[in-house]
Design a binder for this molecule. Sequence first.
Ligand code: ZN
Length: 468
Amino acid sequence: MRAVPAARGAGLALALLGAAIGPPPVAADGWAIVGATLVDGTGAPPVTDAVVLGRGERIEAAGPRAQVSLPRGITILDGRGKWLVPGLVDAHVHFFQSGGAYTRPDVIDLRQHRAYEREIALLKDALPRTFARYLLCGVTSVVDVGGPFWNFEVRDRASRTQMAPRVAVAGPLVSTVARPQLDLGDPPIIKISTPDEARALVRRELERKPDLMKVWFIYRPGDDLAAGKAIVAATADEARKAGVRTAVHATELETARAAVEAGADVLVHSVVDKPVDDAFVELLVRRGVVYIPTLFVRTGYDLVLSGRFVPTPAERRGGDPDVLATFEEVKPLPELLSRPKRALDPDRERIPAQNLKRLSEAGVTIAAGTDAGNIGTLHGPSIFRELRLMAEAGLTPARVLAAATAGGARVMGREKDLGAIAAGRLADLLLLDRDPLADVGNLESMHRVVKGGRIFTPDELARAAARH
Ligand SMILES: [Zn+2]
């Protein structure tokens, strides 16, 4: 572990080494975080005065101090008075969207104020800073749930970047509707009309080794539900033959049910139109489907497009100031002023919240995901909006944390490597100043962020996020 100077604490190291039992072996690249309360992500009770011992990018041991002996010569980080949790996973983001006001011309067309080509060029240029923002917010892994073929280059770039989260990706969306406004030659959304077309697109994407396939199953009254279901089935079948799972956007109870019956492994949004029924709950449990509620994203659009977006402290600290500036910039534009002024409906998210609680209590695997990149949902800090809404929906902090760690690891297909603090796992963890089990808001109290055994201070991550 390349520790920051402040982490060395030679006196503490000596004191701790004195407590080790027997003559310990020397491990040059070994490191340990000592004295923190360990919340390991498995749902096990917290362990006070814990040791997490690592070598290089992996965890070698984690548990009560008395049970973990510390080798000589390792780097020690003092964790006393602090809490350790696994790094967070945002299981639903899109790097082809900035989160800013100009990023979805198919939803609100502001292209005469900023060309879509320019929007894409700017967000590509900002990628290294966006990566750093994720780490700054404690998000050590993200799942990009669909975008242009250049998404695969984003994954490669992240894997070569020290201050970047781990990135899993889906390629272009297999879609039941067209979005020509987003097509600059490498469209993120591809309209598919038949199961054979779906299979052909899956095969084209499989050449790039996607972590997931993604279907945009948009249903409008009068649409042929069976035709959409057949496209999901063909996609999931073709992907599964190559060992790839399928994630589906299906936000009504009947489309979500059809998607799961057709083989969806992950539902990337809440069921928003009605309360889920017993048969649906049972279906998700039986199929082992992962459910990602994305409770904030619709509100994000509403807040920006009604000129009422107010950044949270975490967004001021961790959000991209250029993206936040677009929210102010568009306020006086006629395209926004001419929109019907309606009050935000506090009741609208009631059904999704109730569905989340019910599915969670029934034992469905929940993953936390923001849909970051959509207008008003910022890459990085929007995870904290999402986690608070999950808690307000009635999930305990421990369940919210499990969704944001182990649940996300499931979506990535990396549950053996990520999502818990345990021997053999990758060392992605957060050292917090406050107790995350007392209040999910305490997940914002970042003291150190560790990714793959590298320790980062929030200050150095903030500098990397700001560097132009
Ligand atoms: Zn999405």
